[in-house]
Design a protein around this ligand. Structure first.
Ligand code: SF4
Length: 453
């Protein structure tokens, strides 16, 4: 199935695409479903399962649910406004449901349930169950799965419309074969598909892609300006501003590794914004949202002849790589561990950078493969269930690794031993065999071995 660049890269708020963006979308879907059924709701209960139950409170899943019920979309969510609305709901014990225009009694603590019950009948671990009741006691319930990257799936597959595109591919080999047989670079092939998928022309597509970059760039800027602590119980101090100031100090002596420090700042800035419920672009998830912006910023600031066309090549190519992971493995920490988030973002960034630097299709594939090969087995074990430790630094490490993978790939011909398809299959097999304590549940690893101060 074709997955558009605008599905893989979505403007939203932090800190988690599965835990905040997905639930916001699912709530809207459910209200639309009730509207279609003309169901007069009097009572609503929402049950969260899987890692949404284990780490949902720290990730703000309840806020995502409420945002959707109030009619917000992830890209127009204003956190201050939402927090005020939540205070209001608590005060009145009532919520005004958007889309169906109904006021019903609602107690956030009682009506949103973090259920640790294990259910074998679900297709996916991150599950949201909506149960609505009318005045006659009739019930409509519906299940949605938050499958990572803000994607939401129900039995009806509401968020993914199957629109035919000219170039169908489902493996890196097919992608390269089709592209090479048409003498296309990968980004050119994706561009044709996107134009057809969205029925838009070249210029409009480019504008929409550059809009994404502009939100990413703004999140770097915001992260480098903001100071203080990330607002929650880990009490973690923001570092990007401090690192930025150190790098721009007049008295600073030249260090040949300055560029590495800059990439670290870019990635940490976005990740701190994400952890603080700031506006970011899921790339392809929120937890890994710092890598692609940091590598694009590196391309813009530190490579020769960089321009907006290079950014467009970067993002189109990265989306093709993301599609391969989404269709053949997973981009969710709850399914594949952190290799499915940081690993995938790193792989997308490495291939995207190679494309921006005018690499061959084979070099792009090689860059994406190298980047994932050295993220295999990476577990997800966020302390307190918050997307902060190890996540923020992990974005910096992922960005540096992506640049290195790209450099190794473009210094060679593109001929190599392990294919991207093989490494994707390996990642997925590793993810399936990984114990659930390392898959976004905060029941293992750093999450349990670090003593809190
Ligand atoms: S450890 Fe990785 S997968 Fe887990 S929340 Fe952090 S960034 Fe996401």
């Amino acid at each position: 199935m074709f997955v558009s660049i605008f599905n893989l890269f979505k403007v939203g708020i932090g800190p988690s695409s599965s835990h905040t963006v997905g639930p916001t979308i699912a709530s809207r879907f459910f209200l639309k479903y009730l509207k279609n059924k003309n169901f007069k709701i009097k009572h609503l209960k929402i049950k969260l399962y899987g890692s949404l139950a284990y780490t949902g409170l720290g990730h703000g899943t309840h806020k995502g649910i409420i945002a959707g019920l109030l009619g917000y979309k992830p890209d127009n969510l204003n956190l201050d406004l939402l927090n005020r609305e939540i205070l209001n709901i608590n005060k009145k014990s009532q919520i005004a449901l958007a889309i169906i225009d109904s006021n019903i009694p609602f107690d956030i603590k009682k009506n949103i349930i973090f259920s640790k019950e294990i259910r074998d009948d679900f297709d996916y671990s991150n599950t949201i169950e909506f149960i609505a009741e009318n005045k006659n006691g009739n019930i409509i319930s519906k299940i949605y799965y938050s499958t990572g990257g803000g994607f939401v799936k129900s039995a009806d597959d509401l968020d993914l419309k199957e629109i035919q595109v000219r170039f169908k591919f489902n493996s890196a080999k097919e992608l390269l074969d089709i592209a090479n047989s048409h003498s296309y670079k990968i980004y050119e092939l994706i561009k044709e598909n996107e134009k057809q998928y969205h029925s838009i022309n070249d210029d409009d597509l480019k504008c929409k892609i550059l809009d994404l970059w502009s939100v990413m760039n703004k999140s770097i800027y915001n992260g480098m300006q903001n100071t203080g602590k990330i607002d929650n119980n880990l009490n973690l101090k923001k570092r990007a501003n401090h690192l930025y100031k150190k790098l721009t100090k007049n008295s600073r002596e030249y260090d040949p590794l300055d560029v590495m420090d800059w990439v670290n700042v870019f990635a940490i800035a976005v990740s701190e914004e994400n952890a603080s419920f700031g506006k970011i672009v899921t790339a392809p998830t929120n937890g890994a949202a710092g890598i692609i912006p940091a590598v694009i910023k590196y391309y813009k600031e530190f490579t020769k002849n960089s321009d907006d066309e290079g950014v467009i090549r970067f993002l189109l190519t990265a989306s093709a790589i993301g599609l391969l992971y989404k269709n053949n493995a997973s981009i969710s920490g709850a399914e594949a561990g952190c290799q499915g988030e940081i690993g995938v973002a790193c792989s997308m960034a490495a291939g995207g950078l190679a494309s921006a630097l005018n690499a061959t299709n084979e070099q792009v594939e090689n860059a994406a493969e190298i980047a994932m090969e050295h993220n295999l087995g990476l577990t997800c074990d966020p302390i307190n269930g918050l997307v902060q430790i190890p996540c923020i630094e992990r974005n910096a490490m992922g960005a540096i690794k992506a640049i290195n993978a790209c450099r190794i790939a473009i210094s060679e011909s593109g001929q190599h031993k392990v294919s991207l398809d093989e490494v994707i299959a390996t990642m997925w097999e590793t993810g399936k065999n990984m114990s659930s304590i390392y898959k976004e549940t905060s029941k293992g690893g750093l999450a349990v071995n670090v003593t809190e101060c």
